[in-house]
Design a protein around this ligand. Structure first.
Ligand code: GLA
Length: 404
């Protein structure tokens, strides 16, 4: 009898533990994160001002929800091991900051690390997972980005599962963002652990390139894009591949920013802006706030786009099936020179095993909308002719015409 009871209790405990919060991140999370632009210069006033700008710029209305404070907010642990923020930069404490963000109708995200120390050397959560999860819940945290520095000898799956269980036990629903850089292929095991997982090392604000930092590299936008190939089968509502945060507005030319944003939307990537929201150029605003492009990313089917064609090495063609039989098609010109394109839709068959896509474009005719110019560009009955500028995209939404 006792053994049976114990078994039931243990079963219950593990059943409770073996859960992430379901129903969150049904479309890729959208928000802002401090790291790409501000690195360790986070403070109460900076984060509040970004929340203000999220609202005044129209980004909140366009769907951006999370204000995420990355590394370096930390002070020390108290005598009982509870983490405290840096007292100089966060004189009001974190709960007051979270309350302010909530008062704007936004949600609040924070950063920690599975190791003893964060990547910037602040206290990590190792050995304090349950204590930190309870602390975050008491502060009103809605989103946790959980990094992977200083984790020698740890199993990624074990460490992330521990934090998932800690969050679940603390009881406040939290979007759990795994930042393990793809080393242990989290897409293969993290579907019931987190809501998104990084697939690569860090992004930096360049179109093409890799910068080595010794035992790790940061990557340009195209290098990150190339590392997403084949991962489309692992993405869907509640569980997303994360090719890292956006560099839009951080110094690349507008055409490169537009290509970067378009491709992240094609990938159903989390759209986490990484720029100074208080000082956006008109071009940056036009990119981050294009609702029809955002709608590609946020399409409720949650299918991650994939390359299906490329008439030339320099030009790649991506597709993303959308609700209602619509289709996003993105022509990406990776070279610096313009590309003159003639594209006969009726000859194209889109096949992708990972997403179960098999679409013969000869079978239907679609109306074409150019999502960056907003123009209606005819139908797929005739071949498409276009010149795509260097390092830019032609991003189209195809809507199936009713059969006669
Ligand atoms: C790692 C992560 C980055 C950022 C920094 C903070 O490099 O991949 O996104 O969070 O740590 O130190």
């Amino acid at each position: 009898m006792r053994i049976a009871l114990l078994t039931v209790l243990l079963g219950l405990t593990s059943a409770v533990g073996a859960q992430k919060f379901h129903g969150l991140a049904q479309t890729p999370p959208m928000g802002w994160n401090s790291w790409n632009k501000f690195a360790c210069n986070v403070s109460d006033s900076l984060v509040r001002s970004m929340a203000d700008a999220m609202v005044s710029s129209g980004m909140k209305d366009a769907g951006y929800t999370y204000i995420i404070m990355d590394d370096c907010w930390h002070g020390t642990r108290d005598s009982l091991g509870f983490i405290r923020p840096n007292p100089v930069h966060f004189p009001n404490g974190i709960k007051a900051l979270a309350d302010y963000i909530h008062s704007k109708g936004l949600q609040f995200g924070i950063y920690s690390c599975a190791g003893n120390k964060t990547c910037a050397g602040h206290p990590g959560s190792r050995g304090h997972e349950y204590q930190d999860a309870v602390t975050y819940a008491s502060w009103g945290v809605d989103y946790l980005k959980y990094d992977w520095c200083n984790t020698d000898g740890l199993s990624a799956r074990g460490a992330y599962t521990t934090m998932r269980d800690a969050l679940q036990t603390a009881g406040r629903p939290v979007v759990f963002s795994l930042c393990e850089w793809g080393t242990s292929k989290p897409w293969e095991w993290a579907g019931d652990v987190g809501h998104l997982w990084r697939t690569t090392g860090d992004i930096y604000n360049t179109f093409e390139g890799e910068v080595s930092h010794g035992d790790w590299s940061s990557w340009g936008v195209m290098a990150i894009l190339d590392q997403q190939k084949g991962l489309e089968k692992y993405a869907g509502p509640g569980h997303w591949n994360d090719p890292d945060m956006l560099e839009v507005g951080n110094g690349m030319p507008v055409n490169e920013d537009r290509a970067h944003f378009s491709m992240w939307c094609m990938l159903a990537a989390p759209l986490i802006a990484g720029n100074d929201l208080g000082r956006m150029s008109r071009e940056t605003r036009q990119i981050l706030l294009n609702r029809e492009v955002i709608a590609i990313d946020q399409d409720p089917l949650g299918i991650q786009g994939f390359q299906f064609d490329g008439p030339d090495d320099s030009l790649q063609v991506f597709a993303k099936p959308l609700t209602g039989g619509d289709l996003a098609v993105c022509f990406l010109n990776r070279n610096r020179e313009p590309f003159s394109l003639t594209y006969d839709w009726k000859e194209k068959v889109i096949i992708n095993e990972g997403t179960g896509t098999h679409l013969n474009l000869a079978a239907s005719t679609y109306r074409i909308k150019n999502l960056w110019t907003g123009s209606d560009d005819g139908t797929t009955a005739a071949p498409l002719s276009a010149v795509i500028p260097g390092r830019d995209v032609l991003l189209l939404r195809l809507t199936r015409q009713p059969a006669n």
